[in-house]
Design a protein around this ligand. Sequence first.
Ligand code: CTP
Length: 367
Amino acid sequence: MNIVNLHDKNLYYIGGVVRDELLGKESFDIDVTYVGNASDYAKTIENAEIIQVNDAFGTVRILLEGQEVDIASTRSETYPQKGHLPVVENIGCSLKDDVLRRDFTINALAKSTLTGEITDYVGGLQDIKNKVLRVLHDESFIDDPTRIVRGLKFAVRFGFDYDEHTKKLQQDYLRNINYDMSYKRLKKELEETFNLNSDKAFETFINNGIYKLFTQHNFVLPKIKISEIIDEYKPSCVWIIYVGLLSGVEVLPLTKREKKIVSDYRMIKDKTFMSDMEIYHAFCGLNLESILMYAFVNDKVQVIKRYLDYLSKIRLSVTGQDIFSLGIEPSEKYQECFDFILCEKFKNPALDKMQEIELVKKFFEII
Ligand code: CTP
């Protein structure tokens, strides 16, 4: 790994990037930390332009050889308000103290930018080898319950499992949740986890009671393999399809579109549709995500396939202008006429415009 062209005895790659390299995975986010004051260090780097300094967090962004690099000072943190952002305590602390504030041992490895040597204060190397997720201390989930979802994300992404003690700490927390937590941070982790589109993640989320982090409403797991249908239809917002199935999801700071997906899903959730026309009218204009959620919760994949693969693709050629040209004054009858032709087209999609106009005439009895 030589992602940053910076080499200093006090400068380390840290966290996810070291973990990912050891696992042979690509890392998108390169964290580097300086043992000491990063902004003082940045001033000494030849040809580097300092773009931004955040003294409160001890971070600095530089431009070096056309590349933007964020350097963090080592820091220790405390969580005076459990479940919220930590407070930075000691900027420029030792590497060990910086490492000890972190979530899992696998995320607490540091790699020297100078020698490439890995510093492991917490047994992270061994845990990577054994595919184990282990928190660094017993207060970890109390300080920051979003780590429970992070654990699920890493378990799914890497095929790792919690060690027994970490499992127990998670269960203890989920039995006694402090709801005064940052739902913004929780949402971010839920998004990253469920965008992985894993049935296993959802099963664990429900069976292990992780959903209790934001709702008390239990949920019965669908029989269907959700991930396969998602892979087939490729909706743009995957995470909400899973998490939005649970009542109480609105405590999370949802976007306007996510809110609409959930409310549309709730609107159709308990309905049954007998005819193509009913299916068409129920789903027409809804987001793909809401339609998929309907299928999962009602075990109705065939119904939504009928809509998505067939009914939704049928287009009428005849327009309001065509009807008007036949001397018919605009009224609500136009819509009824379109539905009538649509119904015929569901049965015979090969109907051309002339045939559609014949159907208009039939509808208005002008032949
Ligand atoms: N971290 C933590 N507790 C959290 C979030 C992050 O201790 N709730 C620490 C971990 O050491 C983590 C590092 O901060 O490795 C960087 O966090 P982030 O970029 O969110 O996670 P990554 O480990 O890089 O994971 P990902 O690949 O999902 O970005």
